[in-house]
Write a protein that binds this ligand. Structure first.
Ligand code: AMP
Length: 511
């Protein structure tokens, strides 16, 4: 087992794992579907991947140089972390592709990142081989082929000098507006995020155990698998989300934390009393993020898991985690995402880029050492997203007199109906208070008279019903008339991406 060569004072994403391997070499670090890796095995495999990456082709290596990218298209699996940590220990960033990416998306990311190598899951290999551009010289299937390659690679320290400012991964934004953008994430920001999470959530020490449920190709999903092992704890990786499997795993693994996106909580409550059979008392922290968590749901989460455990986080791929609403504030601060993380600063800006008065709505900007290092090969887009040291998020927000941040909505999701601004979230929160409604999304559909007509799409709880009139009345009682949905449509499910974010564009297009 090796420590990093060169005596660098930089800190890399694998360094916490390496020191845990000194402290607890035979402890199991990662488990997935009954497979496991001890810390010694994990570090050895990271070093093998690093040496495979760096070694010239003549020596059986991939011959990738520092500063290049390699692509990875895998579902959550045991090997995901070692591949990303190994590549980046050789100075090569991982261009991350979602398992459900369509062929043109896979091709685009491979071309954009100029990846010459793609690591892929066995069940995705055939489709990937058919889709990769000619610039990808090698497709490595994670399984026997990958095992035989790393078995031949050295376990000595990889001789490449890597600093904390080098890029370790390149997740792609979903591309809701235009083409996906590669978000350059450096070791330093991610490591600092690990420390901030440990201090905020109190569930990432060496004795803690976490369950990683969200896709690791996403910035937050990867972090949730990394942080437990960075500090020498243990993580169970779930290949895909299944609420009963998650609950059973929390119980059997005696997990001390779980990260769940709002749709996971919706799935939990849809189980009804079936959920009562799982003992979840080991959980110290239940963390929600990536999409709005309706206030109506928070009380139910606290009732199910107990007080003092629920954290809600807000961030973007570019900012890393930016704010956290801590347990004591969950019911005190309504529809709020909390206070900035340590060493994070937030500002609410008007359309000209000047700070608004406290309490007014504007665009949220974030400055911190956790920020991304720019969009890959897109200097103009990077410059447009930054105002000096501040990343302008595209989220509309306000702050209260204690500095707490309230997200109003995505700027692009705001509806303009009859010349008035309508924030979908405000309407959704009211709909979600109704006991018959499991999920709600409000969008503006093109309309001759209104410009955009406020339209609600709702998913009903199993076995329940509600009249559209009753809902409209509930909205009228609390909202200005122009915000009340002009129509309410019942659907079987809302279109969402793998992180649980509602795909509003699909709703608008289908409407
Ligand atoms: P991504 O870069 O894919 O992680 O998406 C970031 C976006 O997710 C943010 O700009 C927000 O619009 C949204 N988001 C993240 N966390 C929250 C949250 N706690 N509440 C509401 N929206 C959120």
């Amino acid at each position: 087992m090796t420590i990093r060569a060169g005596g660098s004072r930089s800190i890399l994403i694998a360094d916490g794992i390496r020191s845990a391997a000194f402290r607890t070499p035979s402890k199991v670090a990662i488990t997935e579907s009954g497979r496991s890796l001890t810390y010694t095995a994990l570090v050895e495999r990271i070093d093998r991947v690093a040496n495979l990456t760096h070694a010239p082709a003549a020596d059986g290596g991939l011959g990738l140089a520092k500063g290049e990218y390699a692509a990875i298209q895998c579902r959550n699996r045991l090997e995901y972390l070692e591949i990303v940590a190994g590549l980046s220990s050789a100075g090569v960033g991982a261009a991350q592709i979602g398992p459900a990416a369509a062929p043109p998306e896979l091709r685009f990311i491979c071309e954009d990142s100029r990846a010459r190598v793609l690591f892929v899951d066995p069940e995705l290999a055939e489709a990937a081989r058919a889709a990769v551009p000619p610039s990808v010289e090698r497709v490595i299937v994670v399984g026997p082929e990958y095992e035989s390659l790393i078995a031949r690679a050295a376990t000595t320290p990889c001789p490449v000098e890597v600093t904390e400012h080098d890029i370790f991964s390149l997740p792609y934004t979903s591309g809701a507006t235009g083409r996906p953008k590669g978000v350059k994430l450096a070791h330093r920001g991610r490591v600092l995020a690990c420390y901030a999470m440990a201090s905020e959530h109190g569930c990432y020490g060496p004795d803690d155990r976490a369950v990683a449920t969200t896709p690791m190709f996403h910035g937050a999903g990867f972090l949730m698998a990394l942080v437990p092992v960075f500090f020498g704890g243990a993580v169970e990786i779930m290949p895909r989300f299944d609420i009963e499997r998650l609950l059973a795993t929390i119980e059997s693994f005696q997990a001390t934390s779980a990260y769940m996106v709002p749709t996971h909580f919706a799935a939990l409550f849809a189980l009804g009393t079936k959920a009562d059979r799982y003992r979840l008392g080991t959980l110290k922290s239940v963390i929600s993020g990536t999409a709005p968590l309706a206030q109506a749901m928070k009380a139910r989460i606290i009732e199910r898991f107990g007080e003092g455990k629920l954290y809600e986080r807000y961030g973007t791929t570019e900012t890393n985690i930016a704010t956290v609403l801590r347990p004591n504030d969950q019911l005190r601060k309504i529809a709020c995402v909390g206070l900035p993380l340590p060493a994070t600063h937030v500002q609410v800006l008007d359309d000209d880029g000047w700070p608004v008065e406290r309490g007014e709505v504007g665009e949220l900007a974030v400055a911190s050492p956790y920020l991304f290092a720019g969009y890959h090969n897109l200097p103009e887009q990077t410059a447009r997203a930054m105002r000096g040291d501040w990343f302008v998020t595209g989220d509309l927000a306000r702050q209260d007199d204690e500095g707490y941040v309230y997200l109003v909505d995505r700027k692009n999701d705001m509806i303009i109906s009859g010349g008035e601004n309508v924030y979908p979230r405000e309407v959704e929160e009211i709909l979600l208070e109704h006991p018959a409604i499991a999920e709600a999304a409000v969008v503006g559909l093109r309309h001759e008279y209104w410009g955009e007509a406020v339209t609600a799409f709702i998913v009903l709880r199993a076995g329940m019903n509600v009249a559209a009139d009753e809902l409209a009345q509930a909205c009228r009682a609390r909202l200005a008339p122009y915000k009340v949905p002009k129509s309410i449509r019942v659907v079987g499910a809302l279109p969402r991406n793998s992180m649980g974010k509602i795909l509003r564009r699909s709703l608008r297009d289908a409407g």
